[in-house]
Design a protein around this ligand. Structure first.
Ligand SMILES: Cc1cc2nc3c(=O)[nH]c(=O)nc-3n(C[C@H](O)[C@H](O)[C@H](O)COP(=O)(O)OP(=O)(O)OC[C@H]3O[C@@H](n4cnc5c(N)ncnc54)[C@H](O)[C@@H]3O)c2cc1C
Length: 444
């Protein structure tokens, strides 16, 4: 859409059928995913944000479910910041509907790219209905073909192409908690529900119809793993012991569990992302990110925005556009890829830890007192468009304030007192005099 807006003729080739058709055969199973301000801002820029928000459920924070009952609600911020949960298919459908309004975008469905000639930007496509193979030449080729990109596979054959692919030992299976007999959601629809259990995790978001999609994250192998859950009884026993409050709401647990396969999670990094002034990788094709920070699609949308900014800067000089695009994006997507992989530990283990919860409470308090100066890293990632690398650099500096507060005697009892508030004022003044004030203020 960004390219069409600049009056390029755009041809989109998709291996599956048109998702907008109700009877479209063979497209991907949907997943439940969240958009945050980073992605929504880009969608706003191309005029589709409102349509997409209508399809999404806002989620204002986390709720931890312990085996003994519900833990405290952990809001994402002090200003009603929310993630927006949406089904991937509904998101894609809304994007397709919007894109169809551009007369200079042509869609070619059921066309699978099977071969790429990078030098001539020519792709070979096999029609998935008829088997007929055709070739298509264009001046520019954007590989938006996902984590297992065919175009990238051809780039890997080039000299000095770097590529790494790291699978987590964990996978996920999506399951459903239907609405209750009263037609209500089993758990609060505006919260992310977490059942952290040290080395495994259940995580759920409400859908628009008030059902809840939960993802069970487990190791593939080991004492408690997808491999160890062999029978319906094994599955029921795991849920009874580890997630007891879900069991009464999951009438089809065992059937659903065995009907769905466990999916793997991969981090992919590569370089270069571009081939001469002709081909560019974008989205997951350039950077596969595990979903624990909810950033894969958001980062992909941001790629489009940055590419468009590079076009503003360099006009039709695609060599410069591509060079700038990769230079601006790659360090950021590498970082979020690494952070996302680490975030699993936080979700699985630390959200249950009293010191961790205290730290989050203190962060929120400091943010409440100094909303323009201290912004928690999660907020900078999800609720701003600050480059990920900058957010991390700021976090490195500002976390010293929280470290010092956490080190105070009996902080557990005192954190919300006037005395600690005074210490916060002093620490922030110190922080501001150590770091350029203007720079910190420009955070917001
Ligand atoms: C379980 C899970 C949860 C996630 N949760 C979140 C979340 O909460 N927030 C978030 O931002 N991200 C999330 N993500 C990541 C997000 O789904 C991806 O980052 C995003 O879908 C990437 O978009 P893309 O367009 O680059 O690639 P894809 O979505 O993979 O799209 C690629 C497209 O190319 C087509 N294609 C592929 N190969 C060919 C071919 N050879 N010929 C023709 N067409 C082809 C595919 O059919 C597909 O339509 C999650 C991912 C998973 C797996």
């Amino acid at each position: 859409m960004y390219l069409a807006r600049r009056e390029y003729q755009v041809d989109v080739f998709e291996r599956y059928s048109d998702l907008r058709r109700l009877d479209a055969p063979g497209h991907r199973a949907s997943i439940s995913m969240t958009l945050c301000q980073r992605g929504l801002q880009v969608l706003g820029d191309i005029g589709v944000e409102e349509a997409i928000r209508l399809l999404a459920v806002p989620v204002y924070g986390r709720r931890v479910h312990m085996t003994t009952g519900l833990g405290p609600f952990q809001p994402y911020g002090n200003r009603d910041e929310a993630l927006y949960n949406i089904s991937r298919n509904e998101l894609n459908r809304a994007l397709l509907l919007h894109a169809a309004c551009f007369p200079n975008i042509r869609f070619h469905y059921d066309e699978k790219c099977i071969d790429v000639d990078l030098a001539t930007t020519t792709i070979s496509l096999q029609n998935m209905q008829t088997g007929v193979i055709t070739r298509h030449h264009s001046d520019l080729l954007f590989a938006a073909d996902g984590a297992y990109s065919v175009v990238r596979r051809y780039m890997q054959r080039l000299d000095r192409f770097n590529y790494s692919q790291r699978y987590l030992d964990y996978g996920y299976r999506e399951l459903t908690i239907p609405v209750t007999a009263m037609g209500e959601p089993a758990f609060d629809r505006n919260e992310l529900h977490l059942w952290p259990r040290g080395h495994y995790l259940l995580l759920g978001f409400a859908n628009r119809d008030d059902s809840i999609t939960v993802s069970l994250f487990l190791p593939f192998a080991g004492a408690l793993s997808f491999a160890s859950l062999q029978t319906p009884e094994d599955v029921r026993q795991l849920f009874a012991q580890s997630f007891p409050d879900t069991l009464a709401h999951m009438p089809w647990l065992e059937e659903e569990y065995f009907a769905r396969s466990a999916n793997s999670l991969v981090t992919i990094q590569c370089s270069p992302w571009v081939y001469r002034d002709r081909v560019a990788l974008i989205g997951d094709a350039a950077h596969g990110i595990v979903p624990y920070y909810g950033q894969g699609a958001n980062a992909g949308f941001e790629d489009c925005f940055i590419l468009d900014c590079c076009l503003d800067r360099h006009g039709n000089n695609w060599q410069s556009v591509f060079a700038d695009y990769e230079m601006l994006r790659k360090p950021n997507t590498d970082l979020i890829g690494d952070l996302a992989a680490q975030h699993f530990t936080e979700l699985c283990d630390r959200v249950n830890d009293s010191r961790f919860l205290l730290r989050k409470q203190i962060e929120r308090k400091v943010n409440q007192l100094y909303p323009n100066v201290y912004i928690p890293i999660y907020s900078m990632i999800a609720f701003s468009s600050r480059p990920y690398t900058q957010a991390m650099e700021i976090e490195r500096r500002q976390s010293v304030v929280i470290d010092r507060l956490m080190a105070l005697d009996q902080i557990e009892e005192r954190w919300n007192s006037a005395e600690v508030e005074q210490i916060i004022h002093e620490l922030i003044q110190e922080f501001l005099s150590d770091h350029c004030y203007e720079e910190t203020v420009s955070l917001v």
